[in-house]
Ligand binder design. Structure first.
Ligand SMILES: [Mg+2]
Length: 396
């Protein structure tokens, strides 16, 4: 089998990849929904993969893996990797998880990700109301993550939150030392949420980046009685082009609250220091940014050897990305906690995608499905009307 074409279309704002072969088998991959600028980057790799046998996933990846980078520039490579596994599974007539070594679990745990509600404000009561809605959701979440501190509107909404100056601009540009009032405010929000969720639903906090080390230590220490699932991306993360492993280690060693990072990281190599130095307790690579499904599996195995847990990122990965997450999560060792569940956005994605279990999430879990490849396909007839004019030939 040979790859004959690589295509990318922006469907509902989300870059979708099709790898075409000479045997009629087509592979699907997807990048994060906000990355509508990615199409030329995906197509850049075409010259390197046409003519290759897509079922030799690793050999194809050796050609393009080095041509990516930290988020957002690892996503094109990652989406192609997903599509290669999809082809390999379809060619063998088995689900991708079997090609990765087989299932460790029949159901994979997820946490709220794409399920979000507009917040009325940033007060402890607003946070309590938000997680009350999460608790009532039909998905039956067993872990809920909320955005606090620098990862939220709090710095703008709470007067005297920081000693620094708040800049306007793209997300995650602000950081600075918190006032005592600012720190107490974040702690009060965590307490208010935990009071609603009780000990039946775990609470994780996406925190930054932007925390100074002293504030990060004080927050982690103060919330120790709440038994939080984790504090995420306090000092780097999201679109940071670094891991700051030594800084994370300083924070992690100071507290019993689990510390988490890794969503922005590209490739196993860039987890080496975080993992080997015990810099965090939990890592959260995203299969749509880290280099793909097998890359995520590799990191999970290496983390497990070092006593580090896995809670992969995935909020914007779309429904093909969801399939990649499910197959990855099915094969991880027992250091797996849960992944951040993407949704179909816009909701018409559920009309054009076939193969997902309906309802997809029950009791906070997704049943691992058995269709060949990733096991999800796009219905071209239903999707046609959502294609941009320049992408009309995407399914030809
Ligand atoms: Mg995050």
């Amino acid at each position: 089998m040979k790859i004959t074409d690589l295509r990318c279309a922006i469907i509902g704002g989300s870059p979708v990849v099709r790898v075409i072969t000479d045997e009629g088998i087509v592979g699907l991959g997807q990048a994060e929904t906000p990355k509508s600028y990615l199409k030329p980057h995906v197509l850049f790799y075409k010259q390197h993969i046409v003519g290759e046998d897509p079922t030799n996933v690793e050999r194809v990846m050796l050609k393009i893996r080095r041509l990516g980078a930290f988020k957002p520039w690892g996503s094109a490579v990652s989406a192609i990797e997903m599509a290669l596994w999809d082809i390999a599974g379809k060619a063998a007539g088995i689900p991708v998880y079997k090609l990765l070594g087989g299932k460790v679990r029949d159901q994979v745990r997820i946490y709220n990700g794409g399920v979000r509600f507009p917040m009325a404000g940033s007060s402890p009561q607003d946070y309590a109301d938000d997680v009350a809605k999460m608790k009532a959701r039909p998905e039956g979440f067993t872990i809920v993550k909320a955005s606090v501190g620098w990862h939220s509107a709090t710095p703008r909404n709470v007067p005297n939150f920081t000693y620094g100056e708040i800049m306007n601009g793209p997300a995650h540009i602000n950081k600075g030392l918190l006032t005592e009032r600012g720190l107490k405010h974040v702690i009060a929000c965590a307490e208010a949420m935990k009071a609603v969720l009780g000990d039946e639903i775990g609470l994780a906090l996406d925190c930054g980046p932007g925390w100074t080390v002293p504030d990060a230590k004080r927050l982690a220490k103060a919330v120790e009685p709440l038994n939080l699932m984790w504090l995420e991306d306090m000092v780097s993360g999201d679109y940071s082009p670094s891991t700051l492993a030594d800084v994370y280690r300083d924070i992690t060693m100071s507290t019993t609250t689990p510390i988490h990072t890794g969503e922005q990281v590209y490739l196993r190599h860039n987890f080496k220091e975080l993992i080997e130095h015990q810099a965090v307790n939990i890592v959260g690579p995203d299969p749509a940014d880290v280099g793909g499904i097998a890359e995520l599996k590799w990191i999970a195995e290496y983390a497990d050897l070092h006593g580090i847990l896995m809670a992969p990122h995935g909020v914007f990965d779309g429904l093909i990305g969801l399939a990649a997450l499910v197959h990855s999560a099915a094969v991880m060792p027992q250091n797996y906690i849960a992944f951040e569940c993407p949704i179909g956005n816009p909701s018409w994605w559920y009309d054009i995608i076939e193969g997902l279990p309906i309802p997809t999430v029950k009791n906070g879990l997704i049943d691992v499905w058995d269709a060949p490849g990733l096991g999800v396909t796009i219905n071209p007839d239903k999707a046609q009307k959502y294609l941009l004019e320049e992408d009309k030939g995407f399914f030809d």
